[in-house]
Design a protein around this ligand. Structure first.
Ligand code: NAD
Length: 456
């Protein structure tokens, strides 16, 4: 079987856009001095209050269709338009909306750029972007340029330059660009944030984050769905392809961009063996999946040093056979919480024996459940989406927009958490030498206010 033509076209498109890493205009975060912004910082940005949040969706595949479903159950929203190049999934989402008794959203399809027609509308406030990674930055930038707030799936962008372009555009247009890191709204992550804020762990020292999720089976998605495009990233980049699910919560525990910031990173990748072995086992010898050269190390381990000297380990592994984990570990001078499975050991205020993990979480939930979860957790669990975190994130976005409050995650967070993808590749390719993080806040991290414990 010949190499998939669609893939070649896709790769050619990426290359033309300067997205392929070997063709990046520059490689180091430091190499390009950034021009001063022509806009103003959007840290703490409050958008004018919206009574009804009018929403458009771009990309309603496996992820985006879930967002559409949740929006059908949110108060104070109006689904105006949906775009997808795949007419089948597009129609399924439109039918879902009308089946709930809601007005039929306008339908955009027919080309990779049909989304621009959706963005031309003047009756949309926010756009939810759930497309393959290479589309995130161009779509987010166009969304803000067209006067709308952008809400983008993870990761936010794929090059340092794209991150800066998104930050510059947000500052110039004074629009929100939130990368929708849903894990920050998980019950456990919210509880740990609450524990951190109440000082349970003492002074924070170290965190561990991960995306360990065996996804080789996605390689069987050939013509549509996630594996039809995500598989190729394992042939293009060697680093941490998907850092934000684990790193987002740990960053909020540590007030990254709000009193501290990522300083530099060093990264190592294991050999890349698992995907080729899987292809050999699961596909005929002449299948395209057996002709690809998988270069992304099966396990990538990166270490981040913050300006305050704290350390974070971030791992990525979507290939090896092992149980799911995001680590979710936070260590302070008074103790530690770790996830997968949840456990805790505290010197002052725990069981009295910090040499042994306390695995009985019930009393900790009772004492430290986040007020947002106490208020909304039941509804979130009922609506579902990764245990309720997806619903809670979308509910909270709409709440902030309708009540003129700043969003919980801003463009600087999305850029800092996502850029680990790019910097890890650079470090891996350079004998793990350290790479500096750009300061996307342009110094505003020093005065940025920590995320409040809301909903109390
Ligand atoms: N936060 C989470 O928990 C989570 C979970 C899964 C996926 N994701 C993210 O969601 C995004 C989408 O992933 P997915 O699994 O839904 O993939 P998918 O392939 O199922 O869906 C992507 C959709 O985008 C459409 N699309 C592609 N190019 C388009 C274009 N130019 N214009 C309009 N539509 C276009 C495709 O037809 C497809 O329907 C990815 O960024 C992924 O990382 C996040």
């Amino acid at each position: 079987m010949k190499l998939n033509r669609r893939h070649f076209l896709k790769t050619a498109g990426l290359s033309a856009a300067g997205i392929l890493t070997s063709q990046l205009p520059f490689s180091s975060a430091e190499a390009v001095p950034r021009k001063p912004t022509t806009g103003q910082s959007v840290m703490g940005l409050i958008a004018p209050k919206m009574t009804t949040v009018r929403v458009g969706f771009i990309g309603v595949g496996q992820r985006g269709s879930g967002h559409v479903k949740h929006f059908c159950h949110l108060e104070g929203v109006d689904i105006k338009a949906i775009c997808d190049t795949n007419a089948q999934v597009l129609d399924e989402s439109i039918e879902f909306v009308t089946a709930q008794g809601l007005a039929k959203p306008a339908r955009y399809t027919g080309s990779d750029h049909a989304y621009k027609d959706l963005l031309d509308r003047d009756d949309i406030d926010i756009v939810i972007i759930s497309t393959p990674w290479e589309w995130h930055a161009p779509m987010a930038i166009h969304t803000m340029e067209s006067g709308k707030h952008a809400f983008v799936e993870v990761p936010l962008a794929l090059t340092v330059e794209e991150c800066w372009q998104i930050v510059d555009t947000a500052e110039r247009t004074q629009k929100n660009c939130m990368m929708m890191e849903n894990v920050n709204y998980g019950r456990d992550e919210l509880m740990v944030l609450n524990m951190v804020r109440q000082g349970l762990f003492g002074e924070l020292l170290h965190g561990e984050a991960a995306y360990i999720h065996e996804l080789r089976w996605q390689m069987k998605e050939i013509d549509s769905k996630t594996g039809s495009w995500r598989t190729y990233w394992h042939t293009k980049r060697n680093g941490n392809l998907y850092p934000t699910h684990g790193l987002g919560p740990v960053s909020q525990y540590m007030n990254i961009n709000r009193g501290d910031r990522f300083d530099y990173l060093t990264s190592m990748s294991s050999p890349a063996l698992g995907r080729a072995l899987y292809a050999k086992r699961e596909f005929p010898a002449d299948h395209e999946r057996n002709q690809l050269k998988y270069i992304n190390g099966d396990i990538n381990t990166s270490l981040i040093k913050t300006v305050k000297g704290r350390t974070i380990m971030v791992q990525h592994d979507t290939t090896t056979p092992r149980p799911y984990s995001r680590h979710n570990l936070i260590q302070g001078t008074n103790g530690v919480f770790a996830g997968f499975p949840n456990r805790i050991a505290i010197e002052q205020g725990g069981t009295g024996n910090y040499h042994k993990w306390d695995m009985d979480m019930a009393k900790w939930y009772a004492k430290y459940d986040h007020p947002l979860w106490i208020q909304m957790g039941e509804q979130a669990e009922r609506n579902g989406g990764h245990g309720g975190m997806d619903f809670l994130m979308l509910w909270r976005m709409v709440y902030c927009l309708r009540n003129a409050e700043p969003l919980d995650q801003d463009v600087y967070d999305g850029a800092a958490w996502s850029v680990v993808n790019i910097l890890s590749e650079e470090s891996v390719n350079n004998r793990s030498n350290s790479v500096n993080f750009p300061d996307f806040t342009r110094g505003a991290w020093k005065t940025g206010k920590p995320l409040e414990i809301v909903g109390a």
